[in-house]
Every structure is written in structure tokens, then in C-alpha cells.
Design a protein around this ligand. Structure first.
Ligand code: K1U
Ligand code: ZN
Length: 174
């Protein structure tokens, strides 16, 4: 298995719309396994293929406490939404930034597993939030898009500053 580099906001590749998966082969299984390893290592509770510069409708998640419930979801479509809830979200593509986002409280999703078998998922709580966040990635949308343009610009500047700091610390210790 391999760790994959994660694209960071404001990288324009994060805005690419993912295409449906049509081939369910060993390469798809390997990508999903590499994404799970990358997500666990980050650490995170979800990861969309768009975040690792693969623009196909594939996402992985594990919202269990013990990290023992990996899920691979292909070609997800929301069939039904119920209620609303506001939850603080983070994103591995927007490191160190957290913000409240309002989403549906419960969702029913039609998708396929990594072998192409149709599946249906009923989700609430953190799993519902995470699936909606990852599905947004597949349409090129980030959680910071729910913020005002002013706040989004502050996030962009904060990340640029963090990156400059990281680069100068790396240069100083080289
Ligand atoms: O899509 C991503 O970048 C992953 C993201 C998923 C997510 C988090 C919170 C709400 C909605 C969606 C993350 O995993 S950010 C990291 C994180 O939330 C976390 C990290 C370690 C332990 C627990 C949570
Ligand atoms: Zn994210």
C-alpha cells in the first residue's frame, strides 16, 4: 500500500468534477486501499478521490472510534434527506481550519461497492455529515465554500502563512 499526497486549498484541481466509475478492477481496489491508508495516517475520518488528484466518484470513510469500520463508496447518489444539523467540520485539504456547516441530519444513499455491487446506505450523525462532505469534494465543492467570501479569504491567507512558515522552518533545518 502507498500513502498519497493530498491536494490543499486553493489548488484548482480540487474544483474538478469527478466522473462516474465504470471499471471495477484491481486498480480501483488498490486506489481505495491507498486512500484508506492515507486517511488513517493523516489522520482523518474520510477522504474523496478528488483530494488525491483522482477525479472519479470514489470515497472512503471510517467514523468508528476504534478505526475498525472502513467503508469504500463508489458512485454515490443521495436518494433522500431528512432534517438539518450544524456540525463543526475540518478537511484534510484545508489543514488547521474548522467551521460550522449545516447539512441534512439523515440521508439515504445509493452507491456501489468496490466490486460494482449496488448498495444502499442509511446514515445519520457523523457518518451522514462525513458522506455529505466527501460527496461535495466529488463535485469540486469544499466546506469553506459555505463560509462568507471574507472568511474564505481569511482562510486562504492563513494557509498561505502556515505554508510560508513550514517552508522557512524546513530551509533553516536543511
Ligand atoms: O474530507 C476530508 O478532508 C476528511 C475530513 C472529513 C470530515 C471531518 C469532519 C466533518 C466532516 C468531514 C476529516 O477527516 S478532517 C479530520 C478530522 O475530522 C478528524 C481527525 C482525527 C480524528 C477525528 C477527526
Ligand atoms: Zn474534505
Amino acid at each position: 500500500m502507498s500513502l498519497l499526497p493530498i491536494l490543499e486549498f486553493p489548488d484548482p484541481r480540487l474544483r474538478t468534477k469527478a466522473l462516474p466509475v465504470t471499471t471495477f478492477d484491481a486498480a480501483l481496489k488498490k486506489l481505495a486501499e491507498d486512500m484508506l491508508e492515507t486517511m488513517y495516517e493523516a489522520p482523518g475520518i474520510g477522504l474523496a478521490a478528488s483530494q488525491v488528484d483522482r477525479h472519479i466518484q470514489l470515497l472512503v470513510l471510517d467514523v468508528s472510534e476504534e478505526k475498525t469500520a472502513p467503508m469504500i463508496i463508489v458512485n454515490p447518489q443521495i436518494l433522500a434527506r431528512e432534517g438539518t444539523e450544524t456540525c463543526q467540520e475540518g478537511c484534510l485539504s484545508v489543514p488547521g481550519i474548522f467551521a460550522d456547516v449545516e447539512r441534512a441530519e439523515r440521508i439515504r444513499v445509493a452507491a456501489q461497492d468496490v466490486q460494482g455491487k449496488p448498495i444502499e446506505i442509511e446514515a445519520d450523525g457523523l457518518m451522514a455529515v462525513c458522506i455529505q462532505h466527501e460527496m461535495d469534494h466529488l463535485i469540486g465543492k469544499l466546506f469553506v465554500d459555505y463560509l462568507s467570501p471574507l472568511k474564505r479569504d481569511m482562510v486562504r491567507k492563513k494557509l498561505e502563512k502556515q505554508r510560508r512558515h513550514a517552508e522557512s522552518s524546513a530551509a533553516a533545518s536543511a
